[in-house]
Design a protein around this ligand. Sequence first.
Ligand code: DX5
Ligand code: ZN
Length: 216
Amino acid sequence: MAIYIAPSLLAADFANLQRDIEMINDSAAQWFHVDIMDGVFVPNISFGMPVVKAIAQYATKPLDVHLMITQPERYIKTFADLGAAHLTVHYEACPHLHRTLQEIKANGMKAGVAINPHTPIDLLKDIIKDIDIVLVMSVNPGFGGQSFIEHTFAKVTQLKKMIVDAKSTALIEIDGGVSDVNAKQLVAAGADALVAGSYIFKSSDPIKAVARLLSS
Ligand code: DX5
Ligand code: ZN
């Protein structure tokens, strides 16, 4: 089954960002995963708009932007203007999720919803047909390099069933601790896209690491 691989630039060498972006351009990965953290929704700050602008200048593949920020609706147009192809907001950060998703789509982007490890799949039931991508967090958001939470497999299975039953077109994307150890089982459970930071960028051969995930 065809899956999408989204290397997370959070694990790239920021002193050589252009080099690492070009390496992913040359790899078989289909998306760039761009993690935005505000130090409020999550306990870490990553990078902001000037860096996203620099990434967009060199990336030749769609930017899959993951907003780990409060009030993400304030920045929808900004990220559209920066060239984001997908804009993912957290379920836990959006009191008016339906409106936020419509605004993301009206700005020409695919609308994603991320859920933290403690958030039950069931809460997506009434919104699943409005979502383009469900980003299942398989670690607590905020940092790269954390251990994969095993309960994710059961969540993906449950989510896949919800999507099929509702005849939704939503893709399932997994983020956090993804590697060749869990990729096959994630895809078997219904994952369509895998985000990987450390596994790709800390590998001695990132291009081969992408290819290994792609063959999952
Ligand atoms: C975590 C981020 C992830 C992170 C994944 O909050 O959303 O995208 O970069 O990194 P790894 O693959 O190292 O867990
Ligand atoms: Zn992410």
